[in-house]
Design a protein around this ligand. Structure first.
Ligand code: ADP
Ligand code: TRP
Length: 333
């Protein structure tokens, strides 16, 4: 039996380079590993905790799906679906919520961050917190446990959520006997966190991103905005502290990256380094960008791929949910 590797991305913003390097690229690499069966999805119910405008929500949800496909996800090899097309996940969400202590949710980082922010602004501690946000980790546990997932590739900020999924699975198993597998997270240590245009973590919350599929001219402009130091062109530069080099090596071949590293050590002007970065990035992104635009202009194509994915997913979730419900004591026909 192959191990299941599963991950989701929520549609709360345009996919940016940080998402690509930190989440999508490693997940696509894992999907190529023979010993894994991959299940990747659009976490649209999770996105709903933040995005309440229907047009925007629809656009962002298609955007996530189109991004995965444009970057080479093969829906024949990966179970690729929309969370909301698999209703068993949502049923499991309720079941698991009866095994999740409120105290555990109080400590979940997204909720805690909101409470801290409210305290600082002298607001009621729960100001602006909807129950979707509060319950977020339980739905994520349902996503993971429903597929007997063993490996969850995520960014560092999501480690706590995978640990919560393990806790909930253990509580359930202790009561009804071995049912859920305990998942492990997998972090992309060597990639690290990609800084944004202002030097902070690239994140849609900070509006400092380079979206993955912007048009070439805009891409060039955004690259030119990446913060650098004020060393003169001829001064040697440390490639390891430069986000321009960080990005370069993600898109260049190994030989190109090595050559660029040497140029940094000898001294290269930032203008020149950024021009080189644009060249390798644009070369890599040209084809996926075209595919992305094509998919976004025919959403029915995306729908049909996701529908097939949901059918595959449900061939797993429907019988497993029956098994779970019969353990609990529900009438199962
Ligand atoms: P954002 O911070 O833009 O809201 P998300 O929280 O939706 O991004 O993250 C989606 C995935 O992309 C997660 O796995 C996360 O760890 C990864 N990710 C986000 N920003 C970066 C970054 N700057 N560098 C590396 N990985 C990132
Ligand atoms: N919470 C994840 C994020 O913000 C998205 C997500 C939802 C997820 N369900 C998941 C990731 C299940 C891995 C597994 O990035």
């Amino acid at each position: 039996m192959r191990k299941t590797v599963l991950t989701g991305i929520k549609p709360t913003g345009e996919i940016h380079l940080g998402n690509y390097i930190g989440a999508i690229k490693p997940a696509l690499e894992l999907a190529r590993v023979q010993e894994y069966k991959a299940a990747y999805f659009v976490a649209d119910y999770h996105g709903m905790t933040k995005v309440h405008n229907p047009e925007e929500f629809r656009h962002l949800s298609y955007g996530i799906a189109a991004t995965w496909l444009a970057l080479g996800l093969d829906p024949e090899k990966v179970i690729f679906y929309r969370q909301s097309d698999v209703p068993e996940i949502f049923e499991l969400n309720w079941i698991l919520s009866c095994f999740s202590s409120k105290g555990l949710m109080n400590r979940a980082h997204a909720y805690k961050a909101m409470v801290d922010q409210n305290k600082q602004s002298n607001n009621d501690k729960d100001f602006g917190v909807n129950m979707g946000l509060f319950n977020y980790p339980i739905l994520m546990a349902a996503d993971i446990l429903m597929f007997k997932t063993e490996v969850v590739p995520v960014g560092k900020d999501q480690i706590q959520h995978v640990e919560i999924a393990r806790d909930i699975a253990e509580s359930f198993n202790n009561n009804y006997g071995e049912t859920f597998l305990l998942p492990e997270y997998q972090i992309q240590e060597e990639t690290g966190v990609l800084p944004g245009l202002d030097g902070r973590k690239m994140s849609k919350s900070y509006q400092n991103t380079i979206p993955l599929f912007v048009e070439p001219k805009k891409l060039q402009q955004l690259i030119n905005k990446i913060k650098t130091d004020s060393l003169p062109p001829e001064a040697p530069k440390d490639p390891h502290t430069s986000s321009v080099y960080f990005l370069y090596k993600e898109f260049a071949t190994e030989a190109e990256a090595l050559r660029m590293k040497e140029q940094y050590l000898k001294g290269i002007g930032w203008g020149e380094a950024k021009k080189e970065l644009f060249t390798v990035m644009n070369k890599f992104l040209a084809e996926p960008r075209e595919k992305y635009n094509e998919l976004m202009s025919s959403p029915e194509m995306i729908d049909s791929i996701l529908k097939e994915g949901a059918e595959k997913a449900r061939s797993i979730t429907v019988p497993f949910l029956q098994e779970i419900k019969s353990k609990i004591g529900f009438h199962v026909s």
